[in-house]
Design a protein around this ligand. Structure first.
Ligand code: CS2
Length: 501
């Protein structure tokens, strides 16, 4: 039977055996901003597993930001979708039954604020990506120059930024009944809970005095912002995964989510109004999330960026195809062991060797085919979470982190290629909000060194790294090597220099 002839996935057509949680929660306890694949393969799956263990009022209202595609498709499927777990040797298809509604924030902005204010909502969770936080690396705080932030502070139209939506929703909640609530960031940011809390307070602080004073004490008393570390590789959906759902479940799913088998979630147990029993759904609670965050943001995400940029420049479509190139794998090992690992304390509960061996296995999962263009997109906001602190750790000790410099050089070659370099279709497909400003910097400068200086002085990786011109010099050298001699030569250059030091 062709896929189109199959029944559509829905509450009556889903095979019972595929359901992660047999009973769909009846109440909306969680409002989630960011209905992308990551949320649907991570938090939703952990929540379904927790509910399979103990029921609770933890249905999720999923809020898409702008695009209606996923929300509309989910509604047509009674909010069911499949998670297609891809391991090299097997495929497992399951269905979490935790979403009980969807909204599209741009279409229904007021309904989003009402949902945040609803008495039954105890949790507001977020996966809005690194650049959804309207953070300014220049001020290390809320980007008050951002037109959306300015509009949301004026408040004469419904909010358009995430932080604006959160604060306006909390304001409505306080005025309605003031019940406590937890705001839980599930994005790849250092201290994501504390950062979100800071940005929310800065927004509240910038409001007119009467509104500011009304909100200030309540935010401190009634709103919790726990930290969390999230980890699961989740590529974009393709027809391959729709076919897998058809083959495994005998139904048609327009919006399945592919994911690797691995999933990790580490949270600080500081919730203002309860939470699902996520400890029974595979999550780990600890008082000290930061070591887990740094472990993951540096060893996994930082190395991932290097693999994606070198791989794309080398013509590779996917992460597994990239790490299959010996010189990309060599650079990855070097940056991970020599430049990231010394900057962090591995949590006592983690076996470093096993964790790292597993990372290389995860990246090599060729059945999953995570694309270099996906990991490489939004580098301007991602690298800031991954590169500057570790680079400063070495620079302050008088050592040049050649492979961190290579990461930045390869990034620049992908999204702001110097004259004479054709970075290829995978790099061309990388989206990045900084493409325009990087092109502007290229137009205003002549020569690689002055371009890299302009970019780093402009705050791409924060103010502190801009104070180390020797780093900019090394990035510029590696940009030139990548341009003239290619990826293998640049890796060899970085390795030789590291060896000589
Ligand atoms: C990746 C992450 O796209 C990226 O920048 O490094 O999305 C990574 O796959 C996840 O953080 C894994 O948990």
């Amino acid at each position: 039977m062709t896929r189109t002839a199959l029944p559509r996935l829905g509450s009556t057509t889903v095979p019972r055996s595929a359901l992660l949680n047999p009973r769909t929660p009846a109440e909306t306890g969680i409002v989630h901003l960011g209905l992308g694949n990551f949320h649907r393969a991570h938090q939703a799956v952990h929540t379904a597993a927790a509910l399979a263990h103990s029921d609770g009022p933890w249905g999720i209202l999923g809020v898409a930001n702008r695009s209606a595609g996923v929300a509309d498709a989910l509604r047509a499927q009674d909010h069911r979708y499949a998670v297609v777990e891809i391991a090299p040797t097997r495929t497992r298809v399951t269905v979490p039954a935790v979403h009980i509604g969807t909204l599209v924030a741009d279409r229904q902005p007021d309904a989003v604020l009402d949902a945040i204010a609803a008495p039954a909502t105890a949790l507001l969770t977020l996966t809005v990506t690194e650049h959804g936080y309207t953070y300014s690396p220049r001020t290390h705080g809320l980007d008050l120059d951002h037109p959306g932030v300015q509009a949301d502070l004026r408040g004469d139209a419904p909010p358009v930024t995430t932080i604006g939506r959160i604060v306006r929703g909390l304001q409505r909640r306080q005025r309605a009944h003031a019940a406590p609530i937890t705001v839980l960031s599930c994005d790849n940011l250092v201290s994501n809970g504390a950062q979100t809390g800071r940005l929310v307070r800065e927004f509240a602080h910038a409001l007119p005095a009467a509104e500011r004073d009304e909100l200030a004490g309540w935010l401190d008393a009634a709103v919790a912002f726990p930290d969390s570390m999230v980890d699961r590789i989740v590529p974009a959906t393709t027809d391959t995964y729709r076919e897998a759902v058809a083959a495994h479940l005998g139904v048609r799913d327009a919006v399945p989510v592919p994911a690797e088998p691995f999933s990790m979630w580490v949270l600080e147990d500081r919730f203002a109004a309860g939470r699902p029993a996520w400890e029974h759904g595979g999550a780990l609670f600890t008082d000290d999330v930061e070591p887990y965050e740094l472990l993951k943001l540096r060893l996994l995400n930082g190395t991932h960026s290097l693999i994606a940029y070198l791989g794309a420049l080398d013509g590779r479509d996917t992460v597994p195809a990239s790490v299959a190139r010996p010189y990309v794998a060599e650079a990855a090992r070097h940056v991970l062991y020599e430049e990231y690992l010394p900057t962090l304390t591995v949590p006592a509960a983690v076996d470093a060797d096993a964790y790292i061996a597993q990372l290389f296995e995860r990246w090599a999962n060729s059945a999953l085919g995570h694309r270099t263009r996906q990991v490489g997109s939004d580098g301007s906001v991602k690298l800031r979470q991954r590169v500057p602190e570790p680079a400063l750790f070495h620079l302050r000790a008088g050592r040049m982190p050649h492979h961190l410099a290579l990461t930045v050089a390869a990034y620049l070659c992908c999204v702001a290629p110097p004259a004479g370099l054709t970075p290829g279709l995978h790099a061309d497909a990388m989206r990045d909000p900084a493409r325009v400003s990087l092109a502007g910097a290229a137009g205003r400068t002549s020569g690689t060194r002055s371009f890299v200086d302009a970019v780093l002085d402009g705050g791409l990786l924060g103010a502190d790294l801009a104070g180390h011109p020797e780093f900019a010099a090394r990035v510029a050298e590696l940009v030139d090597v990548l341009t003239r001699h290619g990826v293998a030569a640049a890796v060899a250059d970085a390795a030789r220099a590291a060896e000589a030091a």
